[in-house]
Design a protein. Structure first.
Length: 307
């Protein structure tokens, strides 16, 4: 009898489990923008020696939903954009791990699995990650009541190249054919972000997004997000290590200065050590270990100060 009752208990728990990690497709089947018909590629997921889940060859973009316990929920939400140089998605330490951390503080989280630029399977590859991010933000906001969140407390977070995507969403949500105020994040959290495609650029991310032959001065400027900040850019929190050899610290510094110039509330934390790609794995880097608490204080102050 005990195995039987155990099975019954498991079945009764399944709806709650599936709701907490619901996976939502961004687009209807056979209606994914910029996809080239007749092309096929197989998505890959693998865990490397450091325990990092690496996803590549994304053709069906999604958001995975992580909801806090109802008694903890404060109405805030964050859409998380994992990094990976626009070549892969570091979906665990820059995705699901962070989502669970947000849940602990009562914040809903949505991990974005966005398409990675690939001219073999899509047109205008430089548009595609942003198109996915805009659609994801709109879907989250449209379903705010379902997820028990406030539509004016939904932000975006990005790591490395995911930080480029997040800062592009924060500065380009009202541009292009997909422009929509519903896609505007209410705040942005940027961790060691790729921001510029000019001087101090992370060349790998730039070449993946634009293609090596699509680097006109106009395109470089358009996707150098420190040049695209306006007084409509949302409040921003930035974290960067001064010894980052992959994405120079100036990426964050120049975005911060652009926020100040345009009257955008911003907070930046620079740390002497940490390198790149640490996510929340910071115990061995001294003062860098404090960035999550600083971020938590900034975010909760921001979202609880609104009516």
């Amino acid at each position: 009898m005990r195995p039987f009752f155990a099975a019954i208990l498991l079945v009764t728990m399944l709806p709650q489990i599936s709701l907490s990690q619901e996976i939502v497709k961004l687009w209807p089947d056979n209606a994914i923008p910029n996809s080239l018909s007749g092309t096929q590629i197989t998505e890959k997921s693998e865990t490397d020696a450091n325990g990092i889940l690496r996803i590549s060859n994304v053709t069906v973009p999604t958001i995975t939903v992580y909801l806090p316990a109802k008694e903890k929920a404060n109405g805030a939400a964050v859409m998380i954009c994992p990094g990976g140089g626009y070549g892969i998605l570091a979906a665990s330490h820059e995705g699901s791990d962070v989502a669970k951390w947000f849940n602990e503080m009562g914040v809903a989280a949505f991990v974005l699995k966005y398409r990675l630029p690939n001219p073999d399977i899509m047109s205008n590859q430089h548009e595609v990650p942003l198109i996915d991010a805009m659609q994801a933000m709109k879907l989250v906001r449209q379903n705010a009541a379902k997820y028990n969140i406030s539509p004016d407390k939904i932000g975006v977070m990005g790591f490395s190249a995911g930080g480029h995507l997040a800062s592009t969403l924060a500065t380009h949500y009202n541009r292009g054919p997909q422009a929509n105020e519903m896609a505007k994040p209410n705040f942005a959290i940027l961790l060691y972000p790729v921001v510029t495609f000019g001087d101090k650029a992370h060349a790998g991310s730039r070449d993946k997004l634009l293609g090596k032959l699509n680097t006109s001065s106009e395109m470089i400027s358009y996707y150098s997000n420190e040049l695209q900040v306006t007084n409509q850019t949302p409040p921003t929190f930035l974290v960067h290590s001064e010894d980052d050899k992959a994405v120079p610290v100036e990426n964050s510094i120049n975005y911060y200065l652009a926020c100040l110039k345009n009257g955008v509330p911003a907070e930046m934390h620079l740390y002497p050590t940490g390198g790149h790609g640490y996510g929340m794995r910071t115990a061995k880097f001294g003062s860098l270990n404090t960035w999550p608490e600083a971020c938590k204080a900034w975010l909760l102050t921001l979202v609880t100060s609104k009516p």
